[in-house]
Design a binder for this molecule. Structure first.
Ligand SMILES: [Zn+2]
Length: 129
């Protein structure tokens, strides 16, 4: 199914909702939750659909708008800076770091997430075991 059609389909809405429910309506990178100022949550394909990533819960993760913009190459410019070389280098570094985190198997990712969030004082809204 074409990208634009898929993302407005009932199937995607259900899957997107199920992803956010599983993740406790909380960005799985920074820990922002629905209701925090300016927080809009997205279900993100860990392996992009264009690269053969599946439309299944294990390939989806909840990200806030800001974290989503970091990992989604083509959104960078709408969100960040003036597109100077320095900013591009910084953004590339952040993106690689986030992608590496998202590519971890779920158990390792949650373990690392717990350590990071504890440092930031973030509390998970659901305990994934
Ligand atoms: Zn976030």
């Amino acid at each position: 199914m074409a990208k634009t059609k898929y993302y407005s389909s009932p199937a995607w809405r259900r899957l997107s909702r199920a992803t956010k429910e599983r993740d406790g309506f909380q960005c799985q990178i920074c820990g922002d939750i629905e209701g925090d100022p300016y927080t809009i949550l997205n279900a993100h394909h860990i392996v992009a659909r264009a690269e053969g990533g599946s439309d299944t819960l294990d390939n989806l993760i909840t990200l806030c708008d800001l974290c989503h913009a970091v990992v989604t190459n083509w959104w960078h410019r709408f969100w960040f800076g003036n597109n100077t070389e320095e900013e591009r280098v910084e953004m590339r570094g952040a993106r690689l770091e986030y992608l590496e985190f998202l590519a971890l198997d779920a158990a390792t990712r949650r373990e690392r997430q717990r350590d990071i969030w504890e440092r930031w004082g973030r509390v998970p809204t659901v305990i994934n075991i």
